[in-house]
Design a protein around this ligand. Sequence first.
Ligand SMILES: Nc1nc2c(ncn2[C@@H]2O[C@H](COP(=O)(O)OP(=O)(O)OP(=O)(O)O)[C@@H](O)[C@H]2O)c(=O)[nH]1
Ligand SMILES: [Zn+2]
Length: 286
Amino acid sequence: MQGILTKLIGGFFFVADSEKNIYKCSIRGRIQETIYPGDYVEINKEELTIEDFYPRKNLLKRPKIANVDQVIIMHSLKKPEFKASLLDRFLLLVESSGFEPLIVINKIELADDDYKSQFEDYKKAGYQLHFISVKEELNFEPLLKKLDKKVNVLTGPSGVGKSSFLNKIIKDADLKTASVSKKLKKGVHTTRMVELLSLENKGWIADTPGFSSMSKIDLEIEAENLSWYFPEIAQFNNSCRFNGCSHIHEPGCKVKEKIESGEISKKRYDNYKEIYSELKEKEIRY
Ligand SMILES: Nc1nc2c(ncn2[C@@H]2O[C@H](COP(=O)(O)OP(=O)(O)OP(=O)(O)O)[C@@H](O)[C@H]2O)c(=O)[nH]1
Ligand SMILES: [Zn+2]
């Protein structure tokens, strides 16, 4: 029977079938590969052993999760205050790793009425956006629909409401308390266990350790490739006068034209320039 590996604890592998029944399995010696939550495995239901595993379509590096369909980038409008430059870095990290991002903005009940206008740039760039309040459970339904039948990973800066969100949406009450106590223990244990948490539908979601600043994350991107990860800029990458135009100082740059006409967001472009020079600096240093 085929199942999906949800977590590994004390040498045991927890595998869910399509109905989300959990089997606590051990592994056959002949499987040499390391397997991770999200991996599809073949189990023997009688022996409770993992017999084989299936090729994976991708592997998230940190934490290690296989077959990720979507990365939810959560930010908050207030507390902490929304910062576009930080969202751009999260998007960049997700895009450059080849994953599909989904932007979720939390704590909307704290905002003024016209808060959505500051996100027009992201809509125009083609990103999916959801605006929610975990506290008041606003707009959960359309978001939860988007998580159905998928392996989702939740990321975002510290304090935006990721744990609160998980505590509200995960199915199993045990998991709920588990993730609360996990939170309390944070800082005591150096490694936090990764697991796929069961959503009420057919989806799964995994938390990632929060990070307060993106500067700690090494973007493994070359400055020359940066523009490919800004979708609204990337579409003009082959339209400039010079091949491999950086869209910064070259003449005949289509991107700069589009910024002047307002078709590409100046704010996003300014962040692009800032990150570009950071990456350049790093290249010179090494
Ligand atoms: N006003 C308001 N506060 C919220 C909302 N969602 C979460 N919070 C609060 O925001 C604070 C941080 O929430 P957490 O869920 O711990 O945030 P986190 O993203 O998991 O943070 P890390 O674990 O540090 O990564 C808590 O005090 C929550 O009660 C919301 O929708 N509105
Ligand atoms: Zn250009």
